[in-house]
Design a protein. Structure first.
Length: 277
């Protein structure tokens, strides 16, 4: 799962721009239908195409704003603070063990970093449409190449290998066992990567999934942006629709309390979802 350190949050807070929004009034949203036992709250609004969510140890929620190119933090009070730097079509975020924030820039083919001191650098180039990234349990940075139709692992900017290829990956997560779960966006399915580069199909008929996370029980949570749904995939492959009527849902992530956050990219907001996960 994604790794987070306190160092970045303190340092980036010190370099944050004065571009802040006052806390908003949280509440429900019309048009969303929730399954029994599932509730939700509008957690943050006024974001320019949010995606790539990350929750820090203090409950702060970090988000890439795809349209504005900004990286923002949503505090527990709902206040949005944007940090310095503008990125080109940022799609996803993660953090390494030294507190560096990594940003996937889809159109430039780059992965950028923001150091704890706020220094922005190019980490890796010549990736073919990087849209999702996450550090594996072994410390490699895994990157989904949308145009390249492959998942690659980077031990360093120049030391990279192909993990699996032949489909359009768009979201990845790791089981407690270390197994890698990947969305096959073009194939409408969710798969588990096997040693040697093969895949095991977890679920089919998942419409163009973007982003994936795994709950404490091992259930898999995947948004369907086009269909406007968030679904739960059970270990036997069965599924439940948790929310529908969403506006471009993407990139769910759990916090330490077991609540689920979900970006509505077309709705310019983030939802906090509670239930029996």
């Amino acid at each position: 799962m994604k790794v987070f350190l306190a160092a970045l949050f303190v340092a980036l807070g010190a370099i944050a721009l004065a571009d802040q929004q006052a806390p908003h009034e949280r509440g429900s949203a019309s048009g969303i239908k929730a399954a029994q036992g599932i509730s939700y709250t509008v957690w943050a609004t006024g974001l320019a195409g949010p995606r790539g969510l990350v929750v820090d140890p203090y409950g702060g929620l970090w988000v890439a704003e795809q349209r504005s190119g900004k990286i923002a933090k949503v505090g527990k009070d709902g206040k949005v603070t944007r940090i310095g730097g503008t990125f080109q079509n940022p799609h996803d975020l993660d953090m390494d063990a030294k507190g560096n924030l990594y940003v996937a820039e889809m159109n430039t083919g780059r992965v950028m970093t923001i150091s704890p001191a706020g220094v922005v650098k190019i980490y890796a180039e010549y990736l073919d449409g990087p849209v999702d990234l996450a550090f594996s349990p072994t410390g490699e940075l895994l990157v989904c190449e949308y145009y390249g139709k492959k998942l690659v692992a980077l031990k360093s900017p120049t030391d990279r290998r192909v993990v699996v290829q032949g489909f359009t990956p768009h979201g990845l997560a790791f089981r407690k066992s270390g197994a890698t779960i990947v969305n096959d966006w073009s194939g409408d399915r969710v798969v588990e990567v096997l040693p040697g580069g093969g895949v095991k199909v977890i679920a089919t008929g998942v419409e163009q999934p973007v982003g994936v996370t795994i709950g404490r029980s091992g259930d898999i949570y995947v948004p369907e942006p086009k269909a406007g749904k968030l679904i739960r995939i059970l270990p036997d492959g069965g599924r439940t629709v948790l929310l529908e009527g969403l506006k471009g849902p993407r990139d769910p992530v759990f916090d330490s309390q077991g609540d689920l956050f979900l970006a509505e990219t077309e709705g310019d907001r983030i939802l906090k979802i509670s239930g029996d996960f």
